[in-house]
Design a protein around this ligand. Structure first.
Ligand code: BGC
Length: 759
């Protein structure tokens, strides 16, 4: 009887293990994991909750030592940021051959905007407004990462941010919950697919929650906001990722409402699991549990127990779980069930990835040679980069440039490969990135001359320059003085027909722990720009930025500005494509550009207040004495080499009832001689509510190619679902009344019409 039972278990477990290319079956998964957990000791279960860093890439204090020994003893559930398929294969071998239960490890990495082939930084990606391209970028990243041993990525980062001081605004999708949600969904799909193949990897949405609302834009700082704002304006992208089936969630470092997210039962259980039905696992951010000691939540044993009980399942780096949970169990501070539940979720993730069927599924040497940095991927990265650039100004159609004559290419960012991919591009080979100089030279061949000079340092503060060019992204050493650099640049500028000034931020001037209180172009580069303008030659500013920057002077004085963010490994080629008009720019801003830092937070979907402004300045109205309320560039803004005009909005009905569908239509005309893509944007204002409603909210968009001279009808279908919001009691519903339906090419410039909708 006993033997039969054993045989049956083996049979069930074997048939439950998923094959290579099978969608995971939840019933079989449960049977498999149940059987495995029966064999596990409490120590081994706690071991599954432990995620040490590999030491290859470190963003905080690295805590783990002697990882090999720990793996053999079943004290490790996964490893992250370990680079190289051979290394990963060997580590996996140790896990599945030398540990008692032979449980495979998961291998995570910050594959944020590509693996070796890098795409634009996420903020740039969010200016593409084409969800197929966004999904494709995640797909390419998944193919390359999975070919390199990685089966789990810490992406997408979906933290809404309205504060350009915050360096990590570069890693997210901007200020809008709707756009952010579409991107979250597309990326999860691109990474995970349905887990049926060895090119699908697990996605981890982060940083849950509200990390982008750090007070004063200072990284890791406190967040505090009303629940109504949280649910309406900040949580939707995380929820969208959950709805899209994201396999894991990363807790954020910050506190929310006085409780660090890592210890927040409200966030990790009540909202994430109970309200949203999340079925995957939650990992802390780097030493997130340990940091709760600094937050003032107790000693390591106490904060580790707090995290587990809140709903955290895996502990990144800090080993708080590993070193204290057993003791807490013995003392009755946590329960066996809490440990079991967490362990089950980690094992299920491994099951979904197919690692029990084949622990080396992601260690295919052939794939690692053939599937990474392929011509197709490079082409996709280049095209996507061109679509992420935002043309901010183009006076008298200075752009596109002709591929003739003498072009002066000047600026500290003109000839640096290392600064092209942008922050969080840990798996790329920086040396293969295409610098602007290289891209321009290739594009013009022998038909034009590119004259290059560095022109200035990044900043005259060498410490600032050092902080902004870390992780191998230093600018080439140059001992010349500011005057020498400027003299050389002016000599070149004076001989040229046109000047391309490549200025702005280096790649590590945004990203983690890279907040700035002044978001101007650094002073020394500005001086260079002024001097270049004084030559009287036409100047194009190619602006590198990981955040919205303050550019009042530049907007007024520089004839053309192309914001290129950090375009990824093909940045230089993509910049050439757009500068010379081989690609017509079509990116639109996903964040508001303020006039100055004093206006921050400045965002398009603000409330009206009881004293809105009709015209600046008005005494006793909501405005400033020294600057208008207007942004420098509004959300959704971006020019093209084409010229698009919008007709008035027509609607299928002015009076709607219940679940009817409203169709709103405009005709968009390309009044130019060049084909171009336009992002047509739909905004709605709910005119009266039981809670105050924003002056407008993005509810839809379509990016379309409109040929020169062509007119296209663009329609949006609107249902009551699009009108829903969380009211004061956090009930998600819509309210009858008047709605302003607005359509336009950016959030400030729209055509509109009113409709009435009753229940
Ligand atoms: C960052 C995360 C990242 C993690 C692992 C942390 O410092 O906040 O975004 O995924 O490190 O590298």
């Amino acid at each position: 009887m006993k033997r039969n039972h054993w045989l049956l278990t083996v049979l069930i477990v074997l048939t439950a293990a998923p094959g290579f290319s099978q969608k995971p079956d939840p019933v079989k998964m449960k049977i498999f994991v149940d059987a495995l957990m029966k064999k596990m000791t409490t120590d081994e279960k706690i071991g599954q909750l432990n995620l040490p860093g590999s030491g290859d890439i470190v963003t905080g204090q690295a805590k783990s030592s002697d990882i090999g020994k720990k793996i053999r003893e079943g004290e490790v559930g996964g490893l992250f940021n370990i680079k190289g398929v051979e290394k990963i294969k060997e580590v996996q071998r140790v896990a599945v051959e030398e540990s008692r239960l032979k449980i495979p490890l998961i291998f995570g990495m910050d594959v944020i905007h590509g693996y070796q082939t890098t795409f634009p930084i996420p903020l740039g990606m969010s200016c593409v407004w084409d969800m197929n391209l966004v999904e494709q970028s995640a797909r390419v990243a998944a193919i390359e990462a999975s070919a390199s041993g990685i089966n789990w990525t810490f992406s997408p980062m979906v933290d809404i941010s309205r504060d350009p001081r915050w360096g990590r605004i570069s890693e997210g999708s901007g200020e809008d919950a709707y756009l952010g949600s579409q991107i979250a969904k597309a990326m999860v799909k691109g990474y995970q697919g349905d887990f049926s193949s060895n090119t699908n990897i697990m996605s981890c949405v982060k940083h849950y929650a509200l990390y982008g609302a750090a007070e004063a834009g200072r990284d890791y700082n406190t967040t505090d906001m009303s629940r109504v704002r949280m649910f309406n304006e900040y949580l939707p992208p995380y929820k969208a990722a959950v709805d899209a089936g994201v396999g894991s969630v990363m807790a954020s470092f910050n506190e929310v409402d006085g409780i660090p997210a890592t210890g927040s039962k409200f966030l990790m259980t009540d909202v994430l699991r109970t309200q949203w039905g999340f079925k995957g696992f939650v990992v802390t951010d780097y030493t997130g549990i340990n940091e709760m000691m600094d937050h003032g939540m107790g000693n390591l044993q106490q904060v580790a127990a707090l995290a587990l009980k809140a709903g955290i399942n895996m502990d990144m780096v800090g080993e708080g779980f590993l070193t204290t949970l057993k003791k807490s169990l013995q003392e009755g501070k946590v329960t066996q069930k809490q440990i079991d539940d967490a362990c089950r979720l980690i094992l299920e993730a491994k099951y979904k990835l197919g690692l029990f069927a084949d622990p080396y599924k992601y260690c295919n040497m052939e794939r690692s040679k053939n599937d990474v940095y392929t011509a197709t991927h490079i082409k996709a990265a280049r095209l996507t980069a061109t679509e992420s650039f935002v043309l901010l100004k183009n006076q008298n159609n200075l752009l596109p440039l002709k591929k003739t004559g003498k072009i002066a290419l000047i600026g500290p960012l003109a000839n640096t490969k290392e600064n092209m991919p942008g922050t969080w591009s840990v798996a790329t080979d920086l040396k293969t990135a295409v610098a602007v100089k290289e891209g321009l030279e290739k594009a013009v061949g022998s038909s034009a001359q590119i004259l290059y000079a560095k022109g200035s340092k990044l900043s005259s503060d060498s410490n600032f320059e050092k902080r902004g060019t870390m992780f191998g992204r230093e600018l080439a050493a140059d001992n010349r003085s500011e005057e020498e650099l400027l003299t050389e640049a002016l000599a070149i500028a004076n001989q040229s027909d046109v000047i391309v000034a490549t200025l702005g931020e280096a790649s590590e001037m945004s990203g983690e722990s890279s907040s700035r209180s002044n978001i101007d172009i650094p002073e020394t580069q500005k001086k260079l720009l002024e001097a270049l303008l004084k030559t009287g030659k036409p100047v194009v500013l190619v602006l590198f930025a990981g955040r919205p920057m303050t550019l009042v002077w530049e907007k007024e004085n520089v004839p053309a500005i192309l914001n290129v963010w950090f375009g990824g490994s093909e940045a230089g080629n993509a910049i050439a494509d757009v500068l010379f008009g081989d690609v017509n720019p079509s990116g639109k801003l996903s964040t508001t550009f303020p006039q100055n830092v004093g206006q921050v937070p400045l965002f398009y979907n603000h409330k009206n207040t009881g004293r809105p402004l009709t015209k600046w300045f008005e005494k006793f109205r909501s405005n400033y004495l020294d600057v208008s309320n207007e942004p420098l560039y509004p959300f959704g803004y971006g020019l093209s080499y084409s010229n698009f005009t919008y007709s008035d909005v027509t609607v299928s009905s002015k009076n709607l009832k219940g679940n009817q569908t409203l169709t709103a239509t405009v005709t968009v005309t390309n009044n130019s001689k060049v084909d171009g893509k336009e992002v047509v944007q739909l905004y709605i204002r709910d005119m009266i509510g039981t809670s105050t409603r924003p002056v407008k909210e993005l509810k839809g968009f379509q990016k379309l190619l409109i040929k020169a001279g062509e007119s296209k009808k663009v329609s949006f279908a609107i249902t009551p679902n699009d009108l829903k919001f969380y009211n004061y009691d956090l009930k998600y519903d819509w309210e009858a009344g008047d709605f302003n339906i607005m359509i336009g090419g950016n959030s400030a410039d729209v055509k509109s019409t009113m409709v009435n909708w009753v229940k």
